[in-house]
Ligand binder design. Structure first.
Ligand code: ATP
Ligand code: MG
Length: 416
């Protein structure tokens, strides 16, 4: 992509009404556009980060047997009435609207009931199970608070997966496979070391659900960790009962501020009984399916990464989620050589953002830093005298000259 084809202008200052660092940086760097509090659009730069995150999630969900689908944003009330969750006193984040004929519809805040209702139409025998489906979908939640930038949206992207199993054993096997898959996702996103499987409040069926909590100053949660970090629990379940069950003592726990990046639930047969989702077993007997639900906040993760990986110059993307690997800046009248280099990098499958604007070097460098692109390549008449370009990593101050003939291989060899 060429900068002249990208409508985005970076800004020196963040909007005055934006208090969260993630939104300030992402707006300044041109990844995100704020429509209103808690409602953000993603620019051509922003969507590349979202898509990278989604692709990592997709690969790991496919690896454990997931099948991707897409549900709808508009939902019928009766789907949720069977579990009493249409009621605003039970679910306080609904956005609801009406069709022309007065019929009410809801904007999806979750897809649990909606997916179950659809799967029910297809599954009737033990031979049909197990099944695992997932989607990347926009959720609408009328959140009270919206001070955390894209980490808490009123409209946001979630990956949600649902498991339909024969029995508890089959469910448990998948639940633990999914826990491991989630940790692989967070490792690949560069936040694995700071992300912990956390005991949190469960539903009607189980005592605990499991959250994936990432250490982050801008997070809205507090979790308690023991000294070797082997037991982490959300403050909402911190009581004598839990301490006894998990075998930890209160004195060994330290509070840490975190952001919830994922949450997985075991519904058991509670929801399938409510929604009459059953199958016929080998003996011809009716059994209720075991259900599980598994979420990752895709846009919240992007916000958490922005919070954690930045410096005074701007964003510092991890290579696995960076919108481009290389920021190519041309200085002076070298457009023919720069164009050739741009084409040759692209033909080597290197993702390049080429700053072909007629702009001052300082402005180009500042944008490369603010946008957080991992590798900066500068081409100028001075570097061309040596048939070279200057290479600098976003994470370091060192620069080095690399010959034009070697540059593609050199970049491909850089891990980060
Ligand atoms: P929170 O406690 O932060 O309100 P939640 O427990 O209500 O979140 P879940 O229903 O468990 O959220 O949703 C699954 C995941 O979706 C969460 O773990 C989180 O990463 C993400 N998520 C939830 N609400 C939001 C939001 N308003 N904006 C962005 N991401 C969100
Ligand atoms: Mg949750």
């Amino acid at each position: 992509m060429k900068r002249t084809q990208l409508f985005i202008k970076t800004r020196k200052d963040a909007p005055a009404d934006e208090v969260a660092k993630n939104a300030q940086l992402l707006i300044r760097a041109g990844f995100v556009y704020k429509v209103m509090a808690g409602v953000y659009a993603y620019t051509p730069l922003g969507i590349r980060v979202i898509e990278k995150i989604k692709q990592i999630v997709r690969e790991e969900m496919d690896a454990i047997g997931g099948a991707e689908l897409i549900m709808t944003a508009l939902q019928r009330p009766d789907t949720w009435q069977t579990t009493k969750r249409w009621d605003d006193d039970v679910v306080d984040v609904w956005f609801k609207t009406q069709l022309k004929d007065g019929q009410e519809v809801g904007l999806a805040w979750s897809h649990e009931e909606a997916i179950i209702e659809m799967m029910k139409q297809h599954i009737s025998s033990y031979k049909d199970l197990p099944q695992y489906v997932y989607q990347h979908q926009t959720k609408f939640r009328n959140e009270l608070r919206s001070k955390s930038g894209i980490m808490r949206g009123r409209e946001f992207v979630m990956k949600d997966m649902y498991s339909v199993c024969l029995d508890e054993k089959q469910h448990e096997t998948f639940y633990s496979a999914c826990t491991n898959a989630y940790m692989r996702v967070f490792e690949r996103l560069g936040i694995g070391e700071d992300t912990f499987v956390t005991f949190a409040s469960g539903g009607a069926f189980t005592k605990f659900s499991h959250e994936f909590q990432t250490i982050c100053d801008a997070g809205e949660d507090t979790v308690y960790m023991n000294s070797d970090r082997s037991v982490v629990l959300n403050e909402e379940v911190l009581n004598e009962d839990t301490l006894k069950e998990l075998g930890v003592s209160r004195d060994d726990l330290t509070p840490v501020t975190t952001a919830e990046v994922g949450n997985i639930f075991n519904f058991g047969t509670q929801k399938s009984e409510e929604m009459d989702f059953s199958y016929t077993d080998k003996e011809g007997k009716k059994q209720f399916v075991y259900l599980g639900s598994y979420g990752i906040g895709i846009t919240r993760v992007m916000g958490v990464i922005a919070e954690k990986m930045s410096d005074d110059k701007g964003l510092v993307w991890h290579a696995n989620v960076a919108p481009y690997k290389v920021y190519l800046a041309s200085i002076g009248d070298v457009s023919a050589d720069a164009e050739n280099l741009y084409k040759s990098l692209k033909s080597s499958n290197i993702e390049v953002l080429y700053d072909d604007r007629d702009a001052r070097p300082g402005d180009k460098f500042a944008d490369a830093d603010l946008m957080g692109i991992p590798i900066r390549v500068v081409i100028s008449s001075r570097t061309l005298e040596e048939q070279s370009v200057e290479v600098k990593l976003r994470s370091s101050e060192d620069t080095r000259l690399v010959s034009l003939g070697d540059i593609s291989n050199y970049i491909a060899s850089i891990e980060q």
